[in-house]
Design a protein around this ligand. Structure first.
Ligand code: SAM
Length: 310
């Protein structure tokens, strides 16, 4: 765990903690933390109607099955948010360190882990510099789920360099043979290709457009520094391989890793894997995807999910 590790169940504040959040978001989170201490975490989330499905749905944590977490594993979770997956991971491993850039979210996660009587969790607030405050060769597993696309947003560094640096850091802190479970959004996802607005760029078709055109549209609309940055399957695989990972395996999360009805090898998926009720719920763009050729279906999946071995 961190070199400045403490044992008093408080959040460790790192030098690159972010105070960027809007005051009303901070205040809202502070009152949820107060409620959590008084009522328990789930009740506090319910009382404040705070991202309930996003935090509590089992479909949100289905991707963790790919990590095959062992009782002996020392795990790092990057971008742990309110701790919704930290409490699941910590119950399955030896030790868990988490790092979250929004300090109030890290504070909530601390309360939640304490409520679950998890004594093997160290929670840090920070990460905006893209450096990890852990010794090399410390972890058996690094989990980074739906964080990469946002993580450069608080840095002045160009996003591509930030991502390469952060992934290099993930590699560094892993033990030999350690695993990185990395999931993010696909630049060429079917929804952007069919014209949905890209929430990272604030423009329709967004990340699926060539980068020069994205920049031109954003400049014309006076949209400032982009909050997010996405890759294609091949581009992110290349970064992982350039970093030094020995084995890089791709997985499908359908329709999306956020609320996955299926997570697993591409070969094990077919339309028949899904129930009629799942199919009726997933939206037209995801249903269109089911009729694409195998190659196009794979290239345009909404999520990129990688398991990379050091
Ligand atoms: C979309 S949420 C995903 C949360 C969680 N991993 C999950 O799957 O439910 C992304 C989280 O990453 C955090 N984050 C963004 N950039 C970060 C960084 N550079 N270092 C650490 N956390 C970061 C955000 O504050 C947010 O809580």
């Amino acid at each position: 765990m961190t070199s400045n590790s403490n044992n008093n169940n408080s959040v460790i504040y790192l030098h690159d903690v972010s105070e960027d959040e809007e005051v009303d978001i901070k205040d809202n989170l502070k009152s949820i933390i107060d409620d959590a201490k008084a009522l328990g975490c789930k009740e506090a989330l319910k009382k404040n109607n705070h991202n309930l499905e996003y935090i509590l749905s089992p479909k949100r944590s289905a991707y963790l099955s790919l990590a095959n977490i062992q009782k002996s594993d020392d795990v790092l979770e990057i971008g742990s948010s309110m701790g919704q997956h930290s409490i699941i991971i910590a119950q399955q491993c030896n030790s868990l360190a988490t790092i979250e850039v929004v300090p109030q979210q890290a504070e909530f996660a601390r309360v939640w882990c304490d409520e679950c009587e998890l004594t093997n969790v160290e929670i840090s607030a920070g990460g905006s510099s893209g450096k990890l405050p852990y010794a090399s060769n410390s972890f058996d597993l690094v989990v980074c789920n739906y964080v990469l696309e946002w993580c450069a947003g608080r840095s002045q560094m160009d996003p591509e360099s930030f991502h390469r640096q952060y992934i290099q850091e993930m590699f560094r802190v892993l033990k030999p043979n350690g695993r990185l479970l990395l999931a993010t959004k696909n630049r060429f996802s079917i929804r952007y290709i069919l014209g949905s607005e890209d929430e990272h760029l604030g423009i329709r078709f967004g990340s699926a457009l060539p980068r020069v055109i994205q920049n031109r549209f954003r400049k014309r609309a006076n949209l400032g520094h982009p909050t997010g940055y996405l890759h294609s399957w091949n581009a992110l695989q290349k970064i992982l391989e350039d970093t030094g990972f020995n084995s890089v395996i791709r997985y499908l999360a359908y329709p999306d890793n956020r609320y996955a009805d299926f997570v697993g090898p591409f070969d094990e998926f077919s339309r028949d894997t899904l129930s009629e009720s799942e199919l009726s719920r997933i939206g037209i763009k995801n249903r269109v995807a089911l009729h694409l050729s195998k190659g196009l279906f794979e290239k345009t999946s909404n999520s990129l999910v990688f398991l990379a071995i050091k």
